[in-house]
Design a protein around this ligand. Structure first.
Ligand SMILES: NC(=O)c1ccc[n+]([C@@H]2O[C@H](COP(=O)([O-])OP(=O)(O)OC[C@H]3O[C@@H](n4cnc5c(N)ncnc54)[C@H](O)[C@@H]3O)[C@@H](O)[C@H]2O)c1
Length: 376
């Protein structure tokens, strides 16, 4: 009964086709007709065939191109096989090397565990492929350094899965500023996330904890909004967790910058949100005040003017994010992703060490990254 009610609710939020893909991803069952359209392109591979790989990346690729996957790979063969059947992939690869050696494959989507993203991306770039890397792009500084060295040489071959900047709401907000915004900004994000047990792979320290797994999205959104003006040099960070035994869950993160900006993120997971992750975002800069309700509705006040928008289906930016490798929309700028990843890694370190306060200097972090690069 609860599953039926959930499916009904998802129909209203995401529309029928995407709901079917979400059901297929969970049940690992092929749904007749939904992925029947043939494609002339068969140059794409998918590594990591879990829920996101099937129900989101798979959905948006099929929506655009039909059955375009040349091959899929997952360390869990049953996941790879069910994904191949649901998405109509041509074959299941036995290893990542199979994919890297395949001349037919030009573009690789990486949606596996967090600790594997950077190394798969490095190997793919070294093999001459293009890559789409799901968030986070790295969970350690040395991984980021290895990746950074490649991306700086071949920036046009890399797309990144931090998608909130591609949402209808954030793109509309950007257009509301007739010129580049100036002056300090305030951003507050209240996020009801999924309940993730202490034994879930997101929580494993080597996977970067929930800071890399989840919080990175809103840290990246903050950095993206800052980049509309220019990026600050110094970020003062405070972290407060409800339970010191589980510092990466139910926490409040605050950041102030040397340009007078202020950011807060509360990530709470006291109970499972029935409709999936739920985000309330409040923003102010110049004369603009903006309220985004779960990327489904938005209100913007600009002085005396007020305007409201609805986004159906719910739009957190997945479609445009996933289509980056094919679209004219500019890809996420590496400088932004590099900065938000460095900031996220510093906050991950705070959580690991139980630090409540820290200062992050962008130039020092970059120097450290360069020194890791010279060790590679
Ligand atoms: N951008 C977004 O909004 C968003 C939302 C959800 C998830 N994600 C990201 O998508 C990725 C996958 O998350 P998910 O929710 O599908 O998790 P999941 O657990 O459902 O899937 C992960 C899959 O990766 C496979 N895997 C694990 N280690 C592997 C390895 N070394 N090589 C190949 N495959 C491996 C697992 O067997 C599993 O099938 C993560 O990076 C996650 O952060 C992004």
């Amino acid at each position: 009964m609860s599953l039926l009610r959930k499916a009904w609710r998802y129909l209203w939020i995401y529309g029928p086709r995407r709901t079917l893909f979400k059901i297929a991803g969970r049940s690992r069952r092929k749904i007749p007709f939904v992925s029947a359209r043939r494609s002339t392109r068969r140059d794409i591979a998918l590594i990591g065939c879990g829920q996101f790989g099937v129900a989101t990346i798979g959905y948006f690729l099929i929506r655009r191109f039909g059955r375009c996957l040349e091959q899929v790979y997952d360390t869990d063969m049953s996941k790879a096989q069910s994904a191949s059947s649901i998405l109509g992939a041509r074959r299941v690869a036995n290893s990542v090397e199979d994919i890297l050696r395949d001349p037919q494959t030009d573009l690789i989507y990486i949606a596996s565990n967090h600790a594997s993203h950077a190394d798969y991306a490095v190997a793919a770039l070294d093999a001459g492929k293009r890559v789409y890397i799901e968030k986070p792009v790295a969970v350690t500084l040395d991984q980021l350094a290895r990746l950074n060295r490649r991306v700086e040489k071949k920036p046009d071959r890399v797309s990144v899965g931090y998608n909130r900047p591609f949402s209808g709401a954030i793109k509309t907000l950007r257009k509301t500023f007739r010129e580049n915004p100036s002056g300090p900004l305030s951003l507050s994000c209240f996020v009801s996330g999924h309940v993730i047990g202490a034994d879930h792979w997101y929580r494993i320290p080597e996977e970067g904890t929930r800071i890399c797994g989840n919080a990175g999205h809103w840290i990246d959104l903050f950095v993206h909004l800052l980049s509309w003006r220019d990026l600050p040099s110094i970020f003062r960070i405070q972290m407060m967790s409800a339970d010191l035994g589980e510092p990466d869950d139910n926490f409040a993160l605050s950041i102030a910058t040397d340009q007078g900006d202020i950011f807060s993120l509360m990530l709470t997971a006291r109970s499972e949100p029935f409709e999936g992750i739920n985000e309330t975002i409040n923003f102010q800069q110049d004369s603009i005040i903006c309220k985004i309700d779960d990327f489904r509705q938005m209100t913007i006040w600009d002085g005396p003017r007020v305007k409201k928008w609805r986004f159906w289906p719910k739009d957190v930016g997945h479609r445009v994010g996933i289509e980056q490798p094919f679209s004219d929309t500019p890809r996420r700028k590496w400088l932004e992703v590099q900065t938000s990843t460095l900031l996220m890694l510093r906050i991950t370190e705070m959580v690991r060490k139980g630090e409540a306060e820290a200062e992050f200097s962008r130039s020092q972090a970059l120097d450290e990254l360069r020194s890791w690069e010279t060790l590679q």
